[in-house]
Design a protein around this ligand. Structure first.
Ligand SMILES: [Zn+2]
Length: 351
């Protein structure tokens, strides 16, 4: 790997983190430059000093040969099976985004190499398909870099954007449908967050339905390889997930998919008929700030189904178990007796 940096003094100090510096050279003379990597200081990385033979103040380039590592945060390597089509590994650098804040934009464009370029939509009425997968994959990449809570926050932010967008159009506006009928309409009028965010909620929903993100990744790869270099419709997409699920996933997943209200999801305007459960995902990824939100939510309503599931998941989170049981005792009298009893059983308080 090579990188060029313009520098101007005889001793240059750079920051490195989780990199192995192999060699530093003057790219014009190809002569090696001496360098020293200091010991790592906590999470801040190590100092890299480079001595330059030229003492003038004229800017000239240096070339650094380095190797990134599994933990490198500024430089990332996705193994081939972590990529959309599973055939090529991918290397990318935060420097390409300047400071990393635009990284999701880059992740989005990377994802488009598969969903958008390799497989694309049949016509503008099916535009949402490529953006749905691309947004889903973009957030998956972000999750791999910054952790699962980041993926959820981006998705949760996307949901807010979707709500705003639908409010602007009006919830009965046909342009807030996923599968559009653009007869007599200008496609550019339909351009909004809807295909991106309502679309990625479909993919998110399927991923949750699978309850096995590795198997769902396998579906995405299957879908991409089946339709590569082709343009597809909603019908093609849905047939493909049905086909894959029937062959590869547990029967109950297939049944749920068959029972999916496709009219409400694809043909009706407004918000999708399902909202992702950010709380459960937060618990599962052991994201501490979620705990307070979970307790507030369970206290605020008495639905057996929600509270049982959330407390069951909280119970599995060992470090939070004591606090979970304390909270249960504090709030159980707000619920109906049966709810308190069933949730208590999830906490192994009764036989
Ligand atoms: Zn896009």
């Amino acid at each position: 790997m090579k990188n060029l940096a313009n520098i101007s003094s005889h001793l240059k100090v750079l920051d490195t983190k989780d990199l192995t510096i192999q060699r530093v050279e003057d790219p014009i003379s190809l002569k090696n430059l001496s360098f020293k990597v200091y010991d790592e200081i906590g999470n801040f990385g190590s100092k890299l000093e480079i001595w330059i033979n030229d003492f003038s103040d004229v800017e000239f380039p240096i070339r650094i040969h380095y190797e990134t590592s599994r933990n490198g945060s500024a430089l990332q390597w996705l193994k081939k099976d972590q990529t959309g089509d599973g055939t090529h590994p991918y290397f990318f650098t935060q420097c390409a985004a300047g400071d990393g804040t635009g990284l999701n934009v880059i992740a989005h464009e990377i994802a488009h190499s598969w969903t958008g370029n390799l497989v694309t939509h049949f016509n503008f009425e099916h535009f949402w398909i490529k953006e749905a997968f691309t947004v889903f994959l973009e957030r998956k990449i972000m999750g791999r870099i910054y952790g699962e809570p980041m993926r959820q926050f981006l998705a949760e932010g996307g949901w807010k954007d979707l709500k705003d967008s639908i409010e602007q159009y009006g919830e009965k506006n046909p342009l807030t449908k996923l599968h559009l009928d653009l007869t007599g309409l200008d496609p550019t009028d339909s351009f909004s967050k809807v295909p991106y965010e309502k679309g990625s909620t479909v993919i998110w929903y399927w991923d949750e339905l699978y309850e096995d993100s590795e198997l769902f990744d396998k579906f995405i790869r299957y879908f991409l390889s089946k339709w590569k270099f082709q343009s597809i419709t909603l019908h093609n997409l849905f047939e493909t997930i049905l086909e894959f699920t029937r062959k590869e996933a547990p029967l109950d997943v297939y049944t749920k998919l068959l029972n999916m209200n496709t009219t409400a999801w694809f043909e009706e305007p407004g918000l999708p008929p399902y909202k992702p459960e950010w709380l459960k995902l937060g618990i599962r990824s052991r994201y501490k700030p979620i705990v307070e939100q979970v307790f507030r939510f369970t206290e605020s309503q008495g639905r057996i189904y929600f509270n049982q599931q959330l407390f069951r998941d909280m119970y599995d989170w060992k470090e939070q178990r004591v606090e979970t049981i304390e909270t249960y005792h504090r709030i159980k009298n707000r619920w109906m007796f049966i709810t308190g009893y069933l949730v208590g059983r999830e906490l192994k308080l009764f036989c």
